[in-house]
Write a protein that binds this ligand. Structure first.
Ligand SMILES: Cc1cc2nc3c(=O)[nH]c(=O)nc-3n(C[C@H](O)[C@H](O)[C@H](O)COP(=O)(O)OP(=O)(O)OC[C@H]3O[C@@H](n4cnc5c(N)ncnc54)[C@H](O)[C@@H]3O)c2cc1C
Length: 449
């Protein structure tokens, strides 16, 4: 296994390894002492043993997309899963064993083309399954199909003692519990996820979209909230605002992704939406033939690479006046690529949750993405995010790890009971703190609140 040691490596090769696939250009100045790119499970075990031998902490990179760039730490060995790509599909049981460095798009390209199936992974094509699944995973149609981690049947994990184990509801069930929502607090190295898959049909995959000027914010967003409870079960609904150059103003788009088996079913699902939309759209499309590949392309454009990102989010209280609470956040994105979005989480948010670490939720998920490319504009974008999130804070019941950059001291990522249990599991499986301790800072901060 090739090891890049910082002290002896060529500077350019080291930097290429340090920043490989790192998405957020607002990246911490942290320098691992060694970088390894395993290609097999036994090399992952070797990497863990190397850390033990040299008394180094372990940092992990799967897809490199965490906003605070959790994979970069001083005094660590960085285990980068970028060259370890395994997907083993069992069509009969509709399951797959997948390594953490595989991205949502890579997995779905293969599943759709060869097997007529999909996995409800992240919306951005290049997000790695490792970080995405461990923090819960708000995948396609989360409001109905649930969190992606609910489709994890089992995991293969290398412990901090370098042992390979299986975690499921039957074996090492405490680690299985933690793996569904702990995010960077997970006290081990996952080498494979065992996933449940869903059927996929291009012919029933349709989208509708309605773009409104900001003057119609209240009408359009109130309509989206009103229709959500009666909306079809295979349809995702998102409301997003950004500054639209073409219209010289902030515009609001209400977007529906419908994943049915036939075009007729998709039309029946989207027709009531179309018939009740408020007038005044700047543009719209209805029940358009679409596919996951197209949506990934659009997501990649909306979340461009090579930019600086600052994100924050909130689960807004169910009984809040959501339209009023989010008004400023929605209507003030600065000109450029920044945006804010709301995702409907009902009916999932009202269902009984499986017993797992992931525990924060409400009917309304709101996230803000400040996107820019010049470090001189950092302050402008930080202050926009801080200002609008301060107004939402009093109406927030919790924070999602995925769209968080861990800068908020009072963020609640888990319920208190789950935080306590997670801390106990971390202490049991990683008593020496071998894994890099972003986890300690989140859990300790939360326990202090
Ligand atoms: C453009 C963009 C769009 C996004 N869209 C969505 C979305 O639709 N839904 C959603 O839920 N989230 C979304 N996210 C958030 C994203 O899921 C998280 O940032 C996630 O952490 C990224 O996973 P990664 O593997 O790419 O990140 P990495 O930075 O590689 O990993 C993050 C951390 O996860 C842990 N980890 C990863 N792999 C392992 C492993 N094998 N063993 C142990 N620990 C591990 C480590 O602590 C690691 O540092 C989006 C992010 C971006 C940048």
């Amino acid at each position: 296994m090739h090891i890049i040691w910082r002290e002896s490596a060529n500077v350019l090769a080291y930097e290429a390894g340090r920043l490989s696939r790192v998405f957020n250009q607002r990246c911490p100045s942290q320098f691992p002492l060694a970088i390894v790119k395993p290609t097999t499970e036994s090399e992952v075990i070797k990497a863990v043993n190397l850390a033990l031998q040299h008394n180094l902490r372990i940092a992990i990179r799967a897809g490199g997309h965490s906003f605070p760039v959790w994979s970069l730490h001083d005094h660590s060995i960085l285990i980068d899963f970028g060259d370890f790509k395994v997907v083993e599909v069992d069509e009969r049981s509709r399951t797959a064993k997948v390594s953490p460095g595989v991205t949502s798009k890579e997995l779905n390209d293969l599943l759709i083309e060869k097997h007529g199936m999909m996995f409800a992974g992240g919306h951005c094509p290049d997000v790695g399954l490792g970080g995405f699944l461990l923090q819960g995973g708000m995948g396609w149609n989360c409001r109905n199909w649930g969190w992606a981690c609910e489709s994890v049947d089992a995991l293969e994990v290398i412990t901090t003692q370098g042992e390979s184990i299986i975690c499921s509801s039957q074996q090492n069930s405490d680690l299985y519990w933690a793996a569904r929502g702990a995010g960077p607090a997970f006290p081990g190295v996952v080498s494979k996820f065992h996933l449940k898959l869903r059927p996929y049909s291009n012919s029933g995959f349709r989208t509708s979209g309605y773009i409104y000027p900001c003057a119609l914010y209240k009408q359009a967003f109130s309509w989206a909230l009103r229709i959500t409870p009666t909306l079809d079960n295979d349809t995702e609904i998102t409301v997003c605002t950004r500054y639209a150059q073409a219209h010289s103003q902030v515009c609001l788009s209400v977007h529906f992704v419908c994943a049915k088996t036939t075009p007729e079913e998709a039309e029946a699902a989207l027709r009531p939406v179309h018939e009740t939309r408020p007038p005044g759209t700047l543009s719209e499309w209805y029940c358009r033939e679409d596919n996951l590949g197209n949506l990934y392309e659009k997501q990649a454009k909306a979340n461009p690479k090579g930019h600086r990102y600052r994100t924050d989010n909130a689960y807004v209280q169910n009984d809040a006046d959501v339209v009023a609470v989010l008004e400023e956040a929605f209507l003030t994105p600065p000109p450029g690529k920044s945006f804010a979005f709301w995702s409907a989480m009902t009916p999932w948010s009202r269902r009984e949750l499986p017993d797992m670490a992931l525990s924060m939720r409400s009917d309304h998920y709101f996230a803000i993405y400040a996107v820019w490319d010049d470090a001189r504009d950092d302050e402008l974008h930080h202050s926009w995010v801080q200002k609008v999130m301060r107004q939402i804070e009093n109406h927030s019941v919790g924070t999602y790890l995925g769209d968080s950059d861990l800068q908020k001291e009072n963020a609640r990522y888990w319920t208190n009971t789950n935080t306590t249990r997670l801390v106990e599991i971390c202490e049991k499986w990683d008593p020496e703190g071998l894994m890099c301790r972003y986890q300690a800072s989140c859990t300790e901060l939360q326990l202090r609140n």
